[in-house]
Design a protein around this ligand. Structure first.
Ligand code: ADP
Ligand code: NI
Length: 205
């Protein structure tokens, strides 16, 4: 994954994958029932083929992970568990439930979402928006609570809307207590950022 993703400019670079892997391991310390091999493999492979860069194909990631694990001679039971986690990890719009079916999926989903909030999360959002040619902010464009994955995928709103459409809600969607604790602190930082951003936007000294 390091070889494949080093230098990827879209926010799904190796640095993101590495942080999710390290955070999943950190969160796992408080979930002794979690299988470390499954958790770490899913964290490392969760962005192997993102739908956003594969024509909206949501099965591209799970399929690519399965195919790579097969080349490594992994057992079918392990492959199936990792594939399911990758299918469950992604955010699909504010109005779309994203339940997890295992403790390992909870850890990886929390770790991935923690990397979308806080200082790094703010940087990633604007990097993604820049990559897509989006405005930083436009007060005339109201945030939308996307209630289908299709409408979330087709969204082209200014980047500040993404805070209201996703980032400021992630704290309340943590599955693990350890994830929630990290999220609280990052959320507070992000709220301060948005307040300062809006004040500066209107030319406040
Ligand atoms: P997830 O990690 O839940 O699968 P994504 O793959 O959708 O989330 O997002 C990857 C990164 O890109 C995150 O940091 C996310 O906040 C950011 N991102 C996704 N969509 C947008 C958007 N419309 N505007 C700004 N940032 C975005
Ligand atoms: Ni990710």
């Amino acid at each position: 994954m390091e070889e494949k993703f080093t230098g990827e400019g879209s926010g799904h670079d190796w640095a993101h994958i590495r942080r999710v892997w390290l955070m999943a391991r950190h969160l796992a310390q408080e979930s002794p029932a979690a299988d470390a091999e499954v958790t770490e493999l899913a964290a490392l492979l969760h962005d192997i083929a993102d739908w956003k860069f594969h024509g909206g194909d949501y099965e591209a990631g799970p399929r690519a992970a399965r195919e790579w694990l097969q080349t490594q001679g992994a057992a079918e039971a392990l492959i199936a568990r990792v594939e399911t986690i990758i299918r469950e990890v992604s955010f699909k719009g504010l109005g779309v439930a994203t339940p997890v079916s295992s403790v390992e999926a909870a850890l990886v989903q929390d770790a991935d979402r923690l990397d979308a909030i806080g200082a790094v999360g703010i940087a990633r959002a604007f990097a993604y928006g820049g990559h897509k040619g989006r405005a930083l902010h436009d007060p005339a464009v109201a945030p939308v609570a996307h209630d289908s994955f299709a409408s979330y995928q087709q969204n082209t709103a200014p980047t500040l809307n993404h805070f209201y459409e996703k980032l400021l809600h992630l704290k309340d969607r943590m599955h693990t207590a350890a994830g929630k604790a990290v999220a609280e602190q990052r959320h507070a930082y992000m709220e301060g950022f948005v307040a300062q951003f809006l004040a500066e936007w209107d030319g406040q000294a």
